[in-house]
Design a protein around this ligand. Structure first.
Ligand SMILES: NC(=O)c1ccc[n+]([C@@H]2O[C@H](COP(=O)([O-])OP(=O)(O)OC[C@H]3O[C@@H](n4cnc5c(N)ncnc54)[C@H](OP(=O)(O)O)[C@@H]3O)[C@@H](O)[C@H]2O)c1
Length: 277
């Protein structure tokens, strides 16, 4: 049995799936989890322990952590990856949909880290890797719910790092730009959740599936493969002194919009974008 063990959420597709494979290739014990265990059949064939875990369920989190710690003797890395993107102008978004966005992207990570930290503390070490996004430090019109959830992830992660440092536990954030997964297509499908008012024509033009595909999901323009994000997560987990945050992909530069560009300049830019959408 390998010495190191990682627990990953949201392994049914995309970044979670690729990260499970990347850790396996490095010889780690991998517990890959997802609400749909059938979606991880190939990961089981490649030697991962696959377990059902919906991050919105307290019982799932504690049962999975107990099982993994029992089977492998501990947990060296938690990759809090599960998440989705709720799009929509904030006025048209029912508050319950905003709550659900936080339930998965923020409270889901919190649930897992509360279950895993006692296990890591028992061995005085480990790495928590929380998935944020470039939208954890900037915003974009029509993505308020998602941006709010990822800003919350950033705040939780930065705070947690200071709180658990004495226990030898590293806490890092991953901030990818666009990654070629099912994320975008799933986010577009969530337009169904909105309550249209007729006041936000720019949103429906900007997020028209065909135009959106040409403008933002051009498969290549600024997009990175999930495998590249996976390699960064493995690096963070195996580094004795990891960076606090890892920005992945060329879209890291738009982060400047959230960090150094004055609010007024950013608002002006988005105003133009809406006008010409
Ligand atoms: N793709 C991007 O451009 C991008 C950029 C920056 C950050 N991210 C972040 O990367 C993470 C992974 O996204 P991805 O791009 O790999 O998208 P993806 O292919 O849609 O994968 C998302 C995974 O999360 C799982 N998930 C959703 N709700 C869950 C829940 N309640 N409990 C447990 N698992 C749940 C999904 O499971 P099911 O398939 O069973 O629903 C799926 O396996 C997300 O946190 C996302 O915000 C993505």
């Amino acid at each position: 049995m390998a010495d190191d063990t990682v627990l990953i959420t949201g392994c049914g597709s995309g970044i979670g799936r690729e990260t499970a494979l990347a850790f396996r290739e490095r010889g780690w014990n991998v517990c890959a989890t997802d609400p749909d265990p059938d979606a991880m059949a190939d990961l089981a064939e490649r030697g991962c322990l696959t377990l059902e875990l919906d991050v919105t369920e307290d019982g799932d989190a504690t049962a999975v952590v107990e099982r993994v710690a029992g089977e492998f003797g501990g947990i060296d890395c938690l990759f809090n990856n599960a998440g989705y993107g709720q799009i929509g102008p904030l006025e048209e978004l029912p508050t319950d949909r905003l709550r659900e966005q936080f339930e998965v992207n923020v409270f889901g990570q919190h649930r897992l880290l509360r279950a895993v930290l006692p296990v890591m503390r028992r061995r005085d070490g480990g790495t928590v890797v929380n998935m944020a996004s470039v939208y954890g430090r900037t915003v974009f019109p029509g993505q308020g719910a998602y941006c709010a959830s990822k800003w919350a992830v950033e705040a939780v992660t930065d705070t947690l790092r200071t709180e658990v440092a004495d226990h030898g536990i590293d806490v890092v954030t991953i901030e990818p730009g666009p990654v070629e997964t099912r994320f975008g297509e799933r986010a577009l499908a969530r337009k169904e959740d909105l309550e249209p008012t007729g006041a936000y024509g720019w949103f429906y033009r900007l997020y028209d599936p065909e135009l959106y595909d040409r403008r933002f999901i051009d498969r290549g323009v600024g997009y990175v493969q999930p495998r590249r994000v996976a390699a960064v997560v493995v690096d963070a987990a195996t580094d004795d002194d990891p960076d606090r945050r890892y920005v992945v992909g060329p879209w890291k530069y738009p982060l400047l919009l959230g960090v150094v560009v004055p609010d007024a300049a950013r608002d002006l830019l988005y105003g133009l974008l809406k006008r010409f959408a």
